[in-house]
Design a protein around this ligand. Structure first.
Ligand SMILES: [Cu+2]
Length: 327
C-alpha cells in the first residue's frame, strides 16, 4: 500500500480539528442564560476561547496518543531511545502560536471591554450628587432601611463624590441619561438598594426590562463585589470609592446577585436577587413601595427616641422574628 504523504495528512487533520472545534464552540453552552445587553459580547469572546481551547486540546492530546501508539516500545526491547535535542523551527512554531493566540485574545477582550463601556468610567459627573452615600455607622442604623425608606435618605444626598470607577455606558450610549439610578451598598453580609428618585429602599434589586439602569456601588465595611452571572457583569464594591455599573436588562425574570469577593465568615451567604420586571410591573412595584413607605415613615420618627427594646419590638414583624430572639 502506498504511504499517504505527511503534508496531506497534516492538512486533513488540520481541517478536521478546525471543523470539530468550530462545532464544539457553537453548540456547547456552558454559561447561564443571557439577560443583559452586554451578555452576548462576553459570550462571543468566551465562544472564541472555547474554539481555540478545543483545537489546542485536540492537537496536544492527539500528538500524545499518536506518539504512544507509533513509538511504542517493541516487546523485549530494553534499550534507550535515540537522544533527540533541539529543533529550531519546531520551537519557534510552538512559541509563536501561543503568543499570537494570547495577544489576539487580549486585543479582542479590550474591544469587548470598550463596547461594554469599560473605558468610560466617571463619564457621568453630572450624577455626582446621586452617588451620595454616607457610610452607615452601624448595622442597627441600616436595619429599618431594609423595610422602608428612612429619614437618612434625604441626608444621604449631602455627600457627593465626583470620581466614579467602573463600567459606564458604552460609547454609543454615553450622552444618554440613565432611566433608573440605584445606589447599591454592600455590607457584611447583605446588599441594600436605594432608589434616590423615589426614596425606596429594598434588599432586592428591582429593574425594568429594556431600560438603561445605572448602579452606583459602594461598600460600607470591607471590599465586596456585585455580580449577576446572567448579566455577565461584576463590579467591586469599595468602601469610600463609588463604582459605576450600567446595563440594560433584556429578559424578564429573577436572577441571583452574588457577592464575588471574599468578605468575611458569611461571605457565602451574601446573596440576594435582581428582579427584572416588565415596565408595567415595575411601575406597579414602585407605586406599591412608595405607598407602603408613607405610613411607615411616620412610625419611624418616634423610634429615634425609643429604647433599644422598643425599637426592636417595632421592627420585629418586618424581620419575621420575635423581639426576644433579637435580643
Ligand atoms: Cu461580600
Amino acid at each position: 500500500m502506498k504511504q499517504i504523504p505527511a503534508p496531506l495528512l497534516t492538512l486533513v487533520g488540520g481541517i478536521l480539528v478546525t471543523l470539530v472545534s468550530l462545532w464544539v464552540g457553537q453548540t456547547v453552552n456552558l454559561l447561564p442564560e443571557q439577560a443583559s445587553e452586554q451578555a452576548p459580547l462576553v459570550d462571543d469572546l468566551f465562544k472564541v476561547m472555547v474554539i481555540i481551547g478545543t483545537a489546542l486540546f485536540l492537537v496536544v492530546q492527539g500528538a500524545i496518543v499518536y506518539a504512544m501508539i507509533r513509538f511504542r516500545k517493541p516487546k523485549g526491547d530494553e534499550t534507550d531511545g535515540p537522544p533527540i535535542e533541539g529543533n529550531l523551527p519546531l520551537e519557534a512554531f510552538w512559541t509563536a502560536i501561543p503568543s499570537i493566540i494570547v495577544v489576539g485574545l487580549g486585543l479582542y477582550s479590550v474591544v469587548v471591554f470598550q463596547e461594554m463601556g469599560g473605558f468610560s468610567p466617571g463619564g457621568h459627573h453630572g450624577h455626582g450628587a446621586m452617588v451620595a452615600m454616607a457610610p452607615q455607622p452601624s448595622v442597627i442604623d441600616v436595619a429599618p432601611l431594609l423595610g422602608q425608606a428612612g429619614p437618612r435618605e434625604a441626608e444621604a444626598d449631602v455627600y457627593t463624590k465626583t470620581q466614579v470607577y467602573g463600567f459606564g455606558a458604552s460609547p454609543l450610549m454615553q450622552p444618554n441619561q440613565p432611566d433608573v439610578t440605584v445606589n447599591v451598598t454592600g455590607m457584611q453580609y447583605a446588599w441594600i438598594f436605594r432608589y434616590p428618585e423615589t426614596g425606596i429602599t429594598d434588599g432586592e434589586l428591582h429593574v425594568p426590562v429594556g431600560k438603561d439602569v445605572q448602579l452606583l456601588i459602594e461598600a460600607q465595611d470591607v471590599i465586596h463585589s456585585f455580580w449577576v452571572p446572567q448579566f455577565r457583569l461584576k463590579q467591586d464594591a469599595l468602601p469610600g470609592e463609588p463604582a459605576e455599573l450600567r446595563f440594560v436588562a433584556t429578559r424578564e425574570g429573577t436572577y441571583p446577585v452574588v457577592c464575588a469577593e471574599l468578605c468575611g465568615a458569611y461571605h457565602g451567604g451574601m446573596r440576594t436577587q435582581v428582579i427584572v420586571h416588565s415596565p408595567e410591573e415595575y411601575a406597579d412595584w414602585v407605586a406599591s413601595r412608595v405607598a407602603e413607605a408613607q405610613p411607615a415613615a411616620t412610625v419611624a420618627q418616634p423610634l429615634n427616641q425609643a429604647t433599644s427594646a422598643e425599637y426592636l419590638a417595632a421592627i420585629a414583624p418586618e424581620l419575621a422574628t420575635s423581639p426576644v430572639q433579637l435580643r
